[in-house]
Design a protein around this ligand. Structure first.
Ligand SMILES: NC(=O)C1=CN([C@@H]2O[C@H](COP(=O)(O)OP(=O)(O)OC[C@H]3O[C@@H](n4cnc5c(N)ncnc54)[C@H](OP(=O)(O)O)[C@@H]3O)[C@@H](O)[C@H]2O)C=CC1
Length: 425
């Protein structure tokens, strides 16, 4: 227990350091606060669960304790909008509870079972109400967005506490409703594409390719090429599950970085993904998906948002022995720990990941897993792309706060075409 607490303090100190590093303006550290609509209230409305199960376990309460700042790097945000992701539906049913309970803050969960009442919801767009002593980058009244890690209390409530290093200033061009559709899926895609895949705006940009094309044309025809030449993108990306929350963001960021994008989705989503910039679209229900993929040039990078049987064929479409990478978001990491316990679950996970990585390495391609990462710094980068008009929020449906269970049912039914957002205010 003592070790756990020490680890926690160290982690908090690290977070504080990141917050400090992010400081733009030097301000005197002081607790800053703006008053809420009901300044003396200690409770707030929230959607919570008291046990894991089907949709009926979702309970609305007016009496959830308003969260307080426990650490100097934390901020309290008044939630204007949140969203529902597949992970919320899975967590409602108990997915990941074994590992997440280990990670929950010891101040909030003292003994087994005390994660309840649990608030779900990972995305928030809202207004900073109060800042801890070490928070320099934000002040009360700032409009911010964030994605809250799954081991913390979620955002389907009037207020939420997050670490300063998980928060970023909301893109000015978006409303709160629009902004709440992005952080969780955007940070997941960013983690897979940028952190794990190593891609960025430089190494897959089309500019280098245009220069290459010009050089080839000059050599061939000895004339300057006409200005209407299409850019030749050298970097080829395949996105499986392109029509959902992560996929619709991933298409846009890869296009912002000028890659060539092939999107795999259902036929009825093809118009949507084309509008987002996909160059080629393949209907996975057409019955000849693999033949269609074979007719295309091999890929440098595959982002798999579907998992399961896709692993058995998708890696065949990567370029061999050229550093090409397959990244999947669908991993057995949390499930293994739910089924086998922490130690055996981690062991099983390590063996599975290690053997798959090695097997594919010998076949000339990289095989990787990626996970959501809460990061205000990455959100800053994403906000820039949004304000430059390179990323649009893709919202399929918006629900009022009173209809959270309906939003869960919608996400649970699947076939998402973008995101499901909750207007909390
Ligand atoms: N590792 C991590 O930390 C994270 C993992 N994830 C996981 O990533 C996955 C994607 O997340 P998210 O985008 O939010 O999910 P969504 O539910 O928003 O989107 C999934 C999309 O995939 C489509 N789809 C389903 N089956 C196929 C298929 N065989 N081929 C192509 N498309 C298909 C669905 O539409 P349709 O069925 O109509 O074709 C839907 O549009 C989820 O499994 C999620 O659990 C998400 C976030 C973090």
């Amino acid at each position: 227990m003592e070790l756990l607490l020490k680890t926690c303090v160290l982690r908090r100190n690290a977070c504080t350091a990141v917050c400090f590093w992010r400081s733009h303006a030097v301000q005197k550290p002081s607790v800053k606060k703006i008053s809420t609509t009901s300044p003396r209230s200690t409770v707030m409305p929230a959607w919570v669960i008291d046990k894991y199960g089907k949709n009926e376990v979702l309970r609305f309460t007016q009496n959830m304790m308003i969260p307080v700042i426990h650490y100097p790097n934390e901020v309290i945000i008044k939630v204007h909008a949140a969203s529902v992701n597949p992970i919320d539906v899975n967590m409602r049913s108990g997915y990941g509870a074994t590992a997440l309970n280990m990670k929950r803050d010891p101040l909030h969960i003292k003994t087994k079972g005390e994660e309840f009442p649990l608030t779900l919801g990972r995305d928030v767009s809202g207004v900073v109400m109060e800042c801890g002593l070490d928070v320099r980058y934000f002040k009360p009244g700032d409009e911010v967005w964030a994605a809250v890690p799954p081991w913390k209390q979620g955002t389907l409530s009037e207020f939420v506490v997050v670490s300063g290093n998980e928060v970023s200033l909301k893109p000015k061009s978006l409303t709160h409703t629009q902004a709440a559709s992005l952080p969780y899926v955007a940070l997941t895609a960013w983690s897979a594409i940028h952190k794990v895949g190593g891609l960025n705006d430089k190494n897959c940009t089309g500019k280098r390719s245009v220069t290459e094309l010009h050089r080839l044309q000059l050599e061939k025809h000895r004339v300057y090429p006409p200005p209407s030449l299409p850019p030749l993108c050298l970097y080829r990306v395949l996105i499986l599950g392109a029509s959902g929350g992560v996929g619709t963001f991933a298409i846009q960021v890869m296009k912002a970085w000028a890659a060539h994008v092939t999107a795999v989705c259902s036929q009825d989503a093809s118009e949507l993904v084309r509008k987002l910039g996909a160059d080629d679209v393949i209907d996975y229900r057409s019955g000849n998906m693999e033949e269609q993929l074979k007719s295309l040039k091999p890929f440098d990078f595959i982002l798999d948002n579907v998992g399961g049987s896709t692993e058995t064929w998708a890696l065949n479409f990567l370029k061999k022995w050229s550093g090409a990478t397959y990244v999947t978001l669908v991993t057995p990491f949390l499930l293994n720990m739910d089924r086998l316990g922490i130690a055996d679950g981690m062991l099983q996970t390590g063996v599975t990941m290690g053997s798959k990585t090695l097997k594919h390495f010998w076949q000339g391609v990289h095989y990787r897993w990626a996970f959501f990462m809460a990061s205000g710094l990455y959100l800053d980068d994403i906000a820039k792309l949004v304000d430059e008009g390179k990323i649009q929020p893709v919202i399929e449906k918006t629900f009022p706060f009173s209809k959270v269970p309906e939003a869960f049912l919608k996400v649970e039914r699947g076939h998402a075409r973008g995101k499901t957002v909750i207007n909390v205010i």
